[in-house]
Design a protein around this ligand. Structure first.
Ligand code: FEC
Length: 317
């Protein structure tokens, strides 16, 4: 019996492939408003500081391939075909849906490479995929809204944090704080009942519980520079406050809102946060990001299979 063909729409943020992509990419992030020369220079400088381009393009591709491979090895009911759909650079989400449709795919699952749901972030990926599917007709997409609570995801971070603790001498482990961070969003999302802050808190608490972490805190990073308020505390303020209060000797950074090493982690954490931590006389640690770790790919795979079992399987009956 031939396996049912399912489209696997892996949606992600995207990154400039080369220097010339920076302006169109940044303009897309700003919903079509061209950034000023100063903003462009600032962004180009940050990419330069992490080696010219971000490793995100390669990592996203590798994550999608690893996920399809894992899904096809894990079960016999479906044959998954992966399509990459990006938010701010080609191949765009709409391109991927169009390609699936012209490849004859009738049913698909979409998954955003971001663990937590916000109307502001993940819902916009979903809306774009669903709008294109409606426009084309003949294809239905079951969209996963969040997958932060997959046990393997928590397990991944538990192991990553424990490995970071191993680098710290036993006598100093009690003077160590684990800082969980995620991308800040405009504060107005809270008024609209967005689950994003709560899901991040739940993720941090699950890791704290699993790894039996004694000292921890949460903070927001990479906030936009706009006049309206963003979710806080900002990570840099949080570092200062923690240092002042407890004089921690070690800071372990867990950017749990992201799933790969990219600009926000390699620059905002590894350069900005590190510089501040070290200027305070403390030590900076940042565990390996999920990237293509088998535990992480397992977490994604189980989120996809869950939606297939519930949504697609029932719909097919
Ligand atoms: O190239 C790379 O390696 C990094 C790619 C990248 C990821 C990413 C993830 C998230 N962002 C989220 C929200 C916002 C909001 C604004 C915003 C701005 C930028 C800029 C760049 C950028 N983001 Fe991003 N983000 C990445 C890259 N992001 C570049 C523009 C310059 C700057 O501010 O640094 C503010 C937009 C505005 O001005 O109106 C809001 C969220 C995530 C995590 C969820 C997801 O991946 O979808 C939320 C990766």
């Amino acid at each position: 019996m031939s396996r049912k063909k399912i489209g696997l729409l892996v949606m992600a943020y995207g990154t400039p492939y080369k220097k010339e992509d920076i302006i169109p990419y940044y303009t897309a992030i700003r919903h079509g408003r061209k950034p000023s020369d100063k903003q462009i220079d600032n962004l180009a400088r940050r990419y330069e500081a992490i080696g010219g381009v971000s490793p995100l393009a390669r990592l996203t591709r590798d994550q999608a391939d690893a996920l399809a491979e894992q899904l096809n090895a894990a079960q016999v009911d479906y044959e998954f075909h992966a399509y990459l759909g990006l938010k701010y650079i080609h191949p765009f989400i709409e391109d991927a849906v169009t390609q699936m449709r012209s490849d004859g795919i009738e049913q698909a699952v979409s998954l955003a490479l971001a663990p937590h749901y916000s109307r502001f972030s993940v819902q916009s990926y979903i809306d774009r995929a669903q709008a294109k599917a409606r426009e084309l007709g003949g294809i239905t997409i079951a969209s996963i809204k969040s997958w932060f609570d997959q046990p393997q995801f928590i397990h991944f971070w538990k192991q990553a944090v424990l490995r970071a603790f191993e680098d710290i001498s036993e006598s100093e482990r009690n003077q160590t704080v684990v800082l969980f961070t995620a991308h800040s969003l405009p504060e107005k999302i809270i008024k609209n009942g967005d689950p994003y802050p709560e899901q991040i808190k739940e993720t941090a608490e699950a890791i704290v519980h699993a790894a039996e972490i004694k000292h921890y805190a949460q903070a927001w990073q990479s906030a936009g520079k706009t006049p309206d308020p963003w979710l806080g505390p900002d990570v840099l303020d949080q570092i200062r406050a923690l240092h002042k209060k407890e004089e921690y000797r070690h800071f372990i950074f867990c950017p749990i809102g992201f799933v790969a090493e990219h600009l926000e982690v390699l620059y905002d954490n590894d350069q900005e946060c590190r510089a501040l931590v070290e200027s305070l006389g403390a030590n900076y640690h940042r565990p390996q990001m999920p990237d293509t770790d088998p535990l992480f790919i397992d977490a994604l795979s189980s989120a996809v299979l869950n939606v297939c079992r519930s949504h697609l399987f029932l719909a097919a009956k």
